[in-house]
Design a protein. Structure first.
Length: 86
């Protein structure tokens, strides 16, 4: 786009509408919200049907969750767990 970077995952402040997020990111948000508290990446992986016994299978999911946290959609706690932002 003519020298401008386009964010696949927008900052939450730019749009409060989750519809701007790709479907897999919306599903991650829904799982974290449904948990009602802090969740580990492994739990989200289980809900998504990933093979959680193999660490390499969770690394892309952790990257997505961290990206959501960096953009304000989730909160990443110091213990590595994630919570939903209100």
């Amino acid at each position: 786009m003519a020298g401008r970077a386009v964010l696949l995952i927008p900052h939450r402040g730019e749009t409060g509408d989750e519809a701007a997020l790709p479907a897999d990111y919306r599903r991650i948000l829904a799982i974290v919200r449904a948990a009602g508290g802090a969740v580990q990446v492994k739990l989200v992986g289980e809900e998504l049907g990933l093979e959680v016994g193999v660490r390499g299978k969770l690394e892309p999911l952790q990257a997505k969750m961290t990206k959501l946290a960096d953009r304000g959609w989730l909160h990443k706690r110091p213990d590595g767990k994630f919570t939903a932002r209100l």
